[in-house]
Design a protein around this ligand. Structure first.
Ligand SMILES: NC(=O)c1ccc[n+]([C@@H]2O[C@H](COP(=O)([O-])OP(=O)(O)OC[C@H]3O[C@@H](n4cnc5c(N)ncnc54)[C@H](OP(=O)(O)O)[C@@H]3O)[C@@H](O)[C@H]2O)c1
Length: 255
């Protein structure tokens, strides 16, 4: 391994399919980047999944600078990352969100409204015209995405189609069952070739993933009892997934 020394702070995605959901003292990381100045380890730990999913969803949706994008479910970590990245790309954003992140999303430049009943009318009024594309990032309630089961937070895709006028202009990261039925796009293939870009954007304060809670190694044991030797720290975003961020001295081996 080149470009990194013992003691450097790095972050990256860990596989989350095992019993510890990525929390471990040692990890072989296929993709990683340096944690930039001013970014805490906890913040860095929360970045990979939210940033990667949001980046990929925007790319796959094909939304362009100047277009009006609706991010539905922008109170999720993926949704907020999508709003931040879209605004940075020069895309105009309407976001639906509940109380958790509504004010923060307004502050960075999104036009925010609540999801739920009357959403189509509220979004339509804010759009002052047609919404060009819509991204659905609503939560699935912790279940693994399955094409044969509707998302518990789902049911909004028909509204997003109505607002954009075309199912091909809508992409969901979660409601795969409805997407298959309605001809809406989905994205599933994880691509971690942008870690340096995510680190740079985090260092510049453009990409920020709010960390709801952090766990000490002891407390993390309660979260995952099968964790054998926890790393010096572990952060969980409000995401269903955990990402271990490791100091090299914590045991990342060079190969
Ligand atoms: N396709 C992929 O490759 C991929 C990859 C990663 C994640 N995902 C999916 O992305 C989605 C978001 O994941 P996440 O970890 O970012 O979520 P999350 O952070 O756990 O979402 C929690 C937030 O969702 C909001 N919320 C709750 N109920 C809602 C509803 N009915 N409609 C809209 N928002 C609601 C709440 O905020 P407020 O109500 O206060 O706004 C809550 O704080 C999940 O469905 C996940 O499975 C897909």
């Amino acid at each position: 391994m080149t470009g990194v020394r013992i003691g450097d702070r790095v972050f990256g995605p860990a596989t989350f399919h095992g019993p510890t959901a990525g929390a471990a003292e040692y990890a072989l990381m296929l993709a990683w980047a340096r944690i930039p100045e001013g970014v805490t380890a906890e913040q860095a730990a929360a970045l990979p999944m939210a940033a990667e999913t949001a980046w990929r969803a925007l790319d796959d949706l094909g939304v362009r600078p100047g277009e009006l994008l609706l991010v539905h479910g922008a109170g999720t970590t993926v949704g907020e990352a999508a709003v931040r990245l879209a605004l940075h790309r020069g895309i105009r954003v309407i976001a639906t969100a509940g109380p958790t992140r509504a004010a923060a999303l307004e502050e960075i430049g999104a036009r925010v409204t609540a999801y739920g009943e009357g959403m189509a009318e509220r979004v339509g009024a804010r759009a002052e015209g047609r919404v060009d594309r819509a991204l659905d990032t609503t939560p699935t309630g912790g279940r693994i995405d399955r094409a044969d089961r509707p998302s518990p937070a789902g049911g909004s895709l028909p509204t997003l189609i109505e607002l954009t006028g075309d199912p091909d202009r809508v992409l969901t990261v979660s409601d795969f069952a409805a997407a298959a039925e309605l001809g809406v796009r989905i994205t599933t293939e994880i691509r971690y070739d942008r870690m340096d870009e995510f680190a740079r954007l985090a260092g510049e304060g453009i990409l920020v993933v709010p960390v709801a809670r952090t766990y000490s190694p002891g407390a993390a044991g309660a979260v995952s009892r099968s964790m054998v030797r926890p790393c010096s720290w572990l952060a969980w975003a409000s995401s269903a997934f955990a990402w271990a961020t490791l100091r090299l001295r914590c045991g990342m081996s060079s190969a």
